[in-house]
Write a protein that binds this ligand. Structure first.
Ligand code: FDA
Length: 310
């Protein structure tokens, strides 16, 4: 966890960014985690996953958009992704994931309203195409605003999904509030660097809270989305679903593109619903850094990139 926090902190340095972007192995590692720079590449990956009985959440990479035109462009890219999925006949197997900060949430006092308006337009197009949107969760300073936007959107677009992070101390309460009929909640461990005042710092504490939160979601009336690659939590999710009387169609596993693909297929072949989060686009740096920070083997790549920088 310490190493992870150090990498997430270093990732904000411009020198580190330049070193990682220029490192010889970067292109290969980006290819592993990101479906491509352009939408057609992402749709092709979505098609391949659908052909293997997997479901998809497409994410046009982008966050912390710095101005209104940028936020509008992100909105239009998400809409273009939905249109492309519809044209490819893939909307019964795919949705999109969106970060409110990409839609303008960080633009000062009006940011949340701007992001909410952009989000509304995306949800409307998703609904026209018979699919939906899940709003990613970012750092804890945005949690309240993001959940309130999701609540507003759900009044009109009932299938809109929220993400909750098990590392946050507040999340058990949020799960209790969001476990009602029709809700869709993706539960993940959490990928940002958070202070001890708001977040558990030890991996074992995060895992314990994940199980507590998942039990609430499984016993609730919504659709739990179990976003983890952790084999122990995946096994526990199956047990919690069974003891809550849920069928395989009444919850889903979610994993990231490029992470444990064999496990994705194994679960799907066993009858589970498995959705793969497929990011694409050119703004891959922050996403890649969060993925590198998650795993010791990836951390070695990061260290080599920084230490051998020219
Ligand atoms: P953990 O990190 O303990 O990993 C368990 C095992 O999975 C590892 O031992 C390894 O085998 C494998 N693994 C995990 N990450 C890997 C990686 N990067 N490379 C290679 N192997 C890896 N977070 C957030 O804060 N907000 C969000 O909105 C989302 N959204 C989201 C959607 C989906 C579909 C997923 C799967 C995850 C997210 N996350 C997220 C990220 C999440 O919070 C978390 O950081 C990662 O999923 C890693 O945590 P695990 O639960 O996989 O466990």
């Amino acid at each position: 966890m310490l190493l992870r926090r150090a990498i997430l902190a270093a990732s904000h340095s411009e020198a580190v960014r330049r070193a990682v972007v220029a490192a010889p192995g970067t292109r290969a590692i980006v290819r592993r985690f990101v479906a491509g720079r352009e939408l057609p590449q992402a749709v092709r990956v979505a098609r391949e996953l659908a052909d293997r009985d997997l479901y998809v959440s497409l994410d046009h990479l982008g966050e912390d958009t710095a101005d209104r035109p940028g936020a509008a462009a992100m909105r239009d890219s998400c809409i273009a992704a939905l249109d492309a999925l519809a044209e490819a006949g893939l909307t019964d197997r795919s949705e999109v994931s969106v970060k409110l900060s990409s839609l303008g949430q960080a633009l000062g006092p009006d940011g949340t309203r701007i992001a909410a308006e952009n989000a509304w337009k995306i949800c409307a197009v998703a609904a026209q195409h018979g699919t939906t949107v899940t709003f990613d969760m970012e750092d804890h300073t945005t949690t309240d605003a993001t959940l309130s936007v999701v609540r507003e959107l759900r009044a009109e677009f009932t299938r809109v999904g929220a993400v909750l992070q098990a590392y946050l101390r507040r999340t058990l309460t949020d799960c209790q509030e969001l476990a009602g009929p029709g809700s869709r909640v993706r539960l993940c461990k959490g990928a940002y660097r958070e202070p001890a005042s708001v977040a558990y710092q030890e991996a074992a504490e995060v895992d314990r809270n994940y199980v507590r939160c998942l039990r609430v979601l499984m016993q609730g009336q919504g659709r739990p989305m179990v976003a983890t690659h952790d084999p122990r939590l995946i096994a526990i999710a199956g047990q919690l679903a069974a003891s809550a009387g849920r069928t395989a169609a009444e919850f889903e596993y979610q994993m990231l593109h490029g992470v444990r693909p064999d496990e994705q297929l194994r679960l799907a072949r066993g009858g589970a619903t498995v959705r793969v989060y497929v990011p694409f686009g050119t703004q891959w740096y922050p996403y890649l850094m969060r993925r590198l920070a998650e795993r010791p083997a990836n951390v070695a790549f990061f260290a080599r990139a920084v230490l051998t920088r020219r």
